[in-house]
Structures are given as structure tokens and as C-alpha cells.
Design a binder for this molecule. Structure first.
Ligand code: G6P
Length: 609
């Protein structure tokens, strides 16, 4: 989704802004632009529909001189992708330039109001009203002006403002949209995502809602919504630049798939699931009182939530609802005072998940957040002691892989912990599960060995137009994620079905050669799914089975392709099966020539509703 960068310092801003935008391009966008102010205090703007490479060509030909500037990658919401609608937007005189992430909900009213005062609009965007509003309200002090403006703006925004009358500062503010400041050796950086500034500094400050920041060559000053200067809250980010680069892999997605053993290791090793539960935010007494759990999330994180439902219900015996956050935030809900709400989000910035979390908090129920991005909005909303981080490291590919697996494993760890706290798991079973968790990184490493086989398989299958993924229970939860992964990156229509549902409709679609991928990691359910595979095979389907070694025997003479994963405790084997299915999506997409890391129409972090 949209990306913001800002720079003030002693170097030429143009190339640094373009470099920052390149680093943000993984988020998905359809146009890009920069505005730079020169020594004569003139703001030059260069913007274009299309990729950052095109912008780079344009600024290489006609550089914008100056040591202060702002940049943006836009993912169209209001108005088509076009040069005109690309950011930065300026007032008529070109004295104020703004870049904006989010949506200004009252932009129509503001536009009508500003037109009465002679402001002339040239784009269809909601953002343009901000530039004109700032011009209209400008009183010689941009900080005051910004303060007045945010009193009139409704909606979500991360804003960085460049003003030719105040050439030594960038003015920043956020509301429900991430914005990070960085400062190092006389250079200030602003960005919507910390990866844009990692090559310059790891000392960063995450703005809170309605906080305003003035970024200059001497540092960052922070102000509250009333204009009072407030204390700064810099944090150090552990991620480094090489974590956020491809490191020899052709795509981020592949790199991130292969980073999973390490990511699992970090997430698992940081918490003890037997004996010492000090990492877990709830005491034994409070854990004992939980009457039900709701887990809300979007996209891939929602699929980790569904997996979590199975783990928690089985091991801790608490009823769990996995909810799509965009539904949860508006639908009629029956709350329980002893309910626990869990939000799951890689970025910690997904607007619907954040809103769902706020709704739960308003009802006064206990909340917990599972996030990957430190200091993100969801982590802050839940509070430090009620946030559990997945230590997956930066995930750059739009399609989530390592974040999913660490979310799912954290769900399993929560289930094992709650199970013991509530007296549902005896010591021996808890011990087995702990051992199984400890083995997971190594088993994941072994599972990666299937890559060549999957690549060869996909070279034969990549022209398929539709794919069904089937499985039962946890294998069904994983099937949903596998289907999403495949459609996201390869654009193949794919659908997940609970295996037993196949005969209740979808079989009508089965014809010769239809590809069906079955997930079989649970011995006790394998026979049932195999019966469903027989139904599909007898109608001419082509079947790929992703199964554990022990289920392999049950497949016997069945005419299927087989991708075999190592045996593990039955409850955790499904986590391993995620890896070949991610590789399957990746290889199908590569074989079809798709832009794997930046699939069309998708954004990494969806910060608007
Ligand atoms: C977008 C991304 C998905 C992601 C979802 C939720 O749709 O394309 O990959 O799963 O958002 O993101 P979150 O950051 O909340 O996990």
C-alpha cells in the first residue's frame, strides 16, 4: 500500500528519496513521485504513473536539486492511477507539498469549502484537499497550521509536509496510519515503514496518533495535538538492512520461505512452554477464567487465526471463534465479560484488524496482540505487556510466508500454555509438545529439501486454470492458506474446501485433469480424506497429496503425486506442510512469469478500510 519517505540533511534529497521509495516498493503501488526544495526555496515536483524505475529515469534526466524533500508511492483509492493523481500534491502556488497515506473521509465537504475560497483542484484524490487546506489556513507557522488542519480532517492519515516558507523542516503527523521518524548525524528521515530508513539509521521514533513531529537538521521535535512539546520516544530496531534484502535469492518470497527454520527458532526459543510461563501475559488465575476466545485478523493472518482455533480448542478446551476482522468490526456480537480477544497481524497496521481490536477494548474485554512489526499500531493499542511478537524479521514479499508460520506456531505455544494453566494438559503431553516445538526448526529445514521436486512438478502443472485444495480440520485450515497463496502470486483461481464438503457441490466442477491438492498430516483423518480423493480421482482429477511419511502408507496404490514431509507429533505436522504449499505457489507463479513479490492489485499492508 502507499509508501511515504522524507529527508532533510546535507546530501541531495532526490536520490535518497528514490532509494527510500525503492525499498518501499514491495508494499504494492501504482504511481510514484517526489518533491524537493532547492536553495532558492522553490519546490520542484516530479511524479508519474507506474514504477519507481520510471520516476528514477525522469529524475536522472532532470534532477531536482535540494537537500530537503518528500516522496511517495501511491496505491490508488480515490481516482485512477495517473500522473495527475500521483503524490506529492501541492497548493496552487506550489509553496506547500504533501504526501499522504490513508483516506480523508470528509474530502468532498472540504473540497467544496475550499473551492468557495478560490482553491483550484487538479486531481481526483482525497489527498489534494490537504495541500489546499494547509494553504488556506497558513498563518506563517506550519506547526500551528497543521494543528488547525488536523482538527478539520476526518479519516486516517500519515502526512509529511514540505513548505517553501519554512525551508529547514519537514512537518509530520499521523492518525491511524503508520509514520516513523529517524535521526542520525544531522540527517532526518521520515517514512511510513522503517525499512525505508534502515540503511541510514536504526534509531527510530514511531509517531503516535495525532502527534506532530518537526524534523530538522538538528533533530526531531515532538508535539501533542495541543501544540505542546512532548518527550521523544526513540527505540532501536533490531532488523538490519541485509534482513530486508534479497541476499542472493531471485525473489523475496523464496528467501522468506527459506528463512523459516530460523524464524521458527527465534519465535520458539524466546518462550518456555513448560514450567515458566512468565512470557504469557495472563496469570494462571486469569487464564482459568477465560470463557471464550475470539481471534480476529485479515488475509493470511486470518488463516493463522483459524489454525489457532483448532490448537486452542484441542489443547486448552476453550471455545474459539476465528473472525475476519472486517466482519467483526461491524457485525452484531455477543460479548462475554470473561472473553479474550486476540488480534493477529504481521504488519500491526491493518486497518480492519486495528478497528476490531479497538472494538473489543471498548467492550472492556481482555486483549492480546500477535504482531511481527515492533512498535506498530496494533502492538501499541494492545499495550506492551499484552503483545506477543513473532520474530520472523522483516517480511518484504507481499505474499506472507514466514510471518504466517510464526503466527501459527505462536498459536500452538499459546494453546500448550493455556492447556497447562487450565489443567487440561498433563505433564507428559506438555513435555511431548514442547519437544515437538523444539524439533520444528530442524524439521522445517528438512522440509525445504522438497523444493526441487516441487519445481519439477510445477513445470508440468503451471498451465492449470483452477485448483482445489482440500483437507480436514487443521489440514483444512492450511488448505485455505495454500489456496490464498496460490491465487495471490500466480493468479490461478484456487479454492479451499473441507474435504467432506467436496460432494456437497464442488464435485460438479470436477472434470478431466482438474487439479486437486490434498493436505494429509493427521493420521486419524487421513482415511476420510483419501475417500474424498477417490471421488475426485474417479472423475478424472489430477491429485497432488502433501502428506507425512506415516500417512504415505495409507495412500497405497492411489494414483497421486506425493510431496512428503517429515513425521512429527500429529498436532504440529500441519505447520511443516505449510512449507511445500508455499513453495508450490511460488514455483507455479514463477513458471507462469508472474511478478511474485509484487502481485497485481495487492498491497503488503492495508492501512485503509
Ligand atoms: C494484506 C496482505 C496479506 C496479509 C494481510 C493482513 O492483504 O497482502 O499478505 O495477510 O494484508 O496483513 P497483516 O499485516 O495484518 O498480517
Amino acid at each position: 500500500m502507499c509508501g511515504i519517505v522524507g529527508y532533510i540533511g546535507s546530501r541531495q534529497a532526490g536520490p535518497l528519496l528514490v532509494e527510500g521509495l525503492e525499498r518501499l516498493s514491495y508494499r504494492g503501488y501504482d504511481s510514484a513521485g517526489i518533491a524537493v526544495m532547492d536553495q532558492a526555496q522553490k519546490i520542484g515536483v516530479c511524479k508519474t504513473k507506474g514504477k519507481v524505475e520510471r520516476l528514477k529515469e525522469m529524475v536522472d534526466k532532470q534532477p531536482l536539486a535540494g537537500k530537503i524533500g518528500i516522496g511517495h508511492t501511491r496505491w490508488a483509492t480515490h481516482g485512477e492511477p495517473s500522473d495527475q493523481n500521483a503524490h506529492p500534491h501541492t497548493d496552487v502556488q506550489g509553496e506547500i507539498a504533501v504526501v499522504h497515506n490513508g483516506i480523508i473521509e470528509n474530502h468532498i465537504q472540504l473540497r467544496q469549502y475550499l473551492e468557495q475560497y478560490g482553491e483550484v483542484f487538479v486531481s481526483q484524490t482525497d489527498t489534494e484537499v490537504i495541500a489546499h487546506l494547509l494553504h488556506h489556513l497558513y498563518d506563517g507557522n506550519m506547526l500551528h497550521t497543521l494543528q488547525k488542519a488536523i482538527g478539520m480532517l476526518e479519516g486516517s492519515y500519515a502526512l509529511v509536509v514540505l513548505c517553501s516558507r519554512e525551508p529547514d523542516a519537514l512537518y509530520c503527523v499521523r492518525n491511524d496510519n503508520p509514520l516513523v521518524m529517524g535521526f542520525c548525524n544531522g540527517e532526518g528521515f521520515a517514512a511510513s515503514d522503517v525499512t525505508a530508513m534502515l540503511s541510514h539509521t536504526r534509531n527510530v521514533l514511531f509517531l503516535k496518533d495525532k502527534e506532530m513531529a518537526v524534523l530538522s537538521r538538528t533533530g526531531v521535535k515532538l508535539f501533542d495535538v495541543y501544540g505542546n512539546e512532548i518527550e521523544q520516544h526513540f527505540v532501536r530496531v533490531d532488523w538490519n538492512l541485509s534482513d530486508a534484502q534479497k541476499g542472493g535469492y531471485p525473489h523475496y518470497m523464496l528467501k522468506e520461505i527459506f528463512e523459516q527454520p530460523e524464524a521458527l527458532q527465534k519465535t520458539i526459543a524466546s518462550r518456555n512452554v513448560q514450567g515458566d510461563f512468565s512470557w504469557f501475559p495472563f496469570s494462571q488465575e486469569n487464564a482459568g477464567k477465560i470463557s471464550k476466545i475470539t481471534i480476529a485478523a485479515c488475509g493470511t493472518a486470518y488463516h493463522a487465526a483459524v489454525m489457532g482455533k483448532y490448537f486452542i480448542e484441542e489443547l486448552a478446551h476453550i471455545p474459539v471463534n476465528a473472525e475476519i476482522a472486517s466482519e467483526y468490526r461491524y457485525r452484531h456480537l455477543i460479548f462475554d465479560e470473561n472473553e479474550l480477544f486476540i488480534a493477529v497481524s504481521q504488519s500491526g497496521e491493518t486497518a480492519d484488524t486495528l478497528a476490531a481490536l479497538r472494538r473489543a477494548k471498548q467492550k472492556g474485554i481482555s486483549v492480546l496482540a500477535i504482531c511481527n512489526a515492533v512498535g506498530s499500531s496494533i502492538a501499541r493499542e494492545a499495550g506492551k505487556s499484552n503483545t506477543l511478537y513473532t520474530y520472523a524479521g522483516p517480511e518484504i514479499a507481499v505474499a506472507s510466508t514466514k510471518a504466517y508460520l510464526t503466527q501459527a506456531v505462536l498459536m500452538l505455544m499459546i494453546a500448550v500454555t493455556l492447556g497447562q494453566m487450565r489443567g487440561r494438559l498433563d505433564t507428559q503431553r506438555a513435555h511431548q509438545l514442547r519437544e515437538s516445538l523444539e524439533q520444528l526448526p530442524q524439521k522445517a529445514e528438512e522440509t525445504l529439501g522438497a523444493f526441487d521436486q516441487i519445481q519439477r512438478l510445477c513445470d508440468k502443472l503451471y498451465q492449470k486454470k483452477h485448483v482445489f485444495f482440500i483437507g480436514r480440520e487443521k489440514d483444512w485450515a492450511l488448505s485455505m492458506e495454500a489456496a490464498l497463496k496460490l491465487k495471490e502470486v500466480s493468479y490461478i483461481f484456487s479454492e479451499a474446501y473441507a474435504a467432506g464438503e467436496l460432494k456437497h457441490g464442488p464435485l460438479a466442477l470436477l472434470e478431466d485433469g482438474q487439479l486437486v491438492v490434498a493436505v494429509l498430516t493427521q493420521k486419524r483423518l487421513a482415511e476420510k480424506t483419501i475417500n474424498n480423493l477417490q471421488e475426485a480421482l474417479s472423475r478424472g482429477a489430477k491429485v497432488v497429496a502433501v502428506c507425512t511419511k506415516s500417512v504415505l502408507q495409507q495412500l497405497a496404490e492411489l494414483n497421486t503425486e506425493r510431496i512428503v514431509i517429515p513425521d512429527m507429533d500429529e498436532i504440529s505436522a500441519v505447520l511443516l506442510a505449510a512449507i511445500p504449499l508455499q513453495m508450490f505457489a511460488y514455483c507455479m507463479a514463477v513458471a507462469r512469469g508472474c511478478d511474485v513479490d509484487q502481485p497485481r492489485n495487492l498491497a503488503k499492508s492495508v492501512t485503509v478500510e
